[in-house]
Design a protein around this ligand. Structure first.
Ligand SMILES: [Zn+2]
Length: 235
């Protein structure tokens, strides 16, 4: 199983790795990787793998049967090759800022209104949230966006660490997604925004709320009581 370097250090922009296997010429498994695979509402990373004088563009990264697979744009890599990986950092950093912003917004909204998150998806330029909420109007959403923006002006650290499953599941609100339950593994990764939120999560985040910047409401859609949909974006 490839070592997922992004789980410990989400600020790694480059790494060396060895090709473990290649399927159909373009699906590459490495011994370790900085590329985040699509999952948990966070899109995949893009970037490059360099081998000798050749450049392979990483166009998609997914997890298949527990293994991280990198799709490159052309054939040529083979088992045992040494590669140097370079992340498209601009894209990833935006996703890190968005992901942390999403946790803050969800935490404020869920704690204060009892809303449950029913879906969420980060995109490169916007963040989508679905939740169940009785009363749904622009004013309420703006209130929580303003509260979140106040927090993004503060020096508040974000930390991530593992906890034994039983201990983790005792944290109030550690799972905000309705009907979602973490996989049956002995340890859960917790992302803690100090004093604001603790959430079981496998995504990449910024280290301090100040890095998020500010967010603004883009649009809202009403898809029924259990699917109030809101889009916001980083400014
Ligand atoms: Zn998350």
């Amino acid at each position: 199983m490839a070592k997922a370097l992004y789980l410990e250090d989400s600020y790694l922009k480059e790494c060396d790795a060895t090709v473990v296997s290649v399927k159909e010429g373009k699906y590459v498994v490495l011994d370790q990787t900085i590329f985040y695979p699509k999952g948990g509402g966070q899109p995949w990373d893009t970037g490059q793998m360099l081998n000798q004088n050749e450049t392979y563009n990483v166009v998609y990264v997914g997890k298949f049967s527990g293994e991280i697979s990198h799709e490159v744009d052309r054939a040529g890599l083979k088992e045992g090759d040494k590669v140097h990986c370079i992340l498209n950092w601009e894209r990833r950093y935006k996703l890190m800022r968005s992901h942390t912003a999403a946790h803050v917004f969800a935490s404020l909204l869920c704690t204060e209104t009892g809303a449950l998150v029913t879906g969420n998806q980060l995109e490169e330029d916007k963040i989508r949230f679905d939740f169940s909420l009785e009363k749904f109007d622009r004013e309420i959403l703006e209130t929580y966006i303003n509260k979140a923006n106040e927090l993004f002006k503060k020096d508040i650290p974000v930390k991530w660490y593992e906890l034994p499953r039983e201990e983790a599941l005792k944290i109030p609100g550690v799972i905000k997604m309705a009907e979602a339950y973490p996989p049956d593994i002995p340890k859960l990764r917790i992302v803690e925004i100090v004093g604001v939120d603790k959430q079981a999560d496998g995504g990449t985040h910024v280290k301090n709320l100040k890095e998020v910047g500010q967010i603004k409401l883009l649009k809202m859609e009403n898809k029924g009581k259990n699917n109030r949909r809101v889009y916001f974006t980083l400014e």
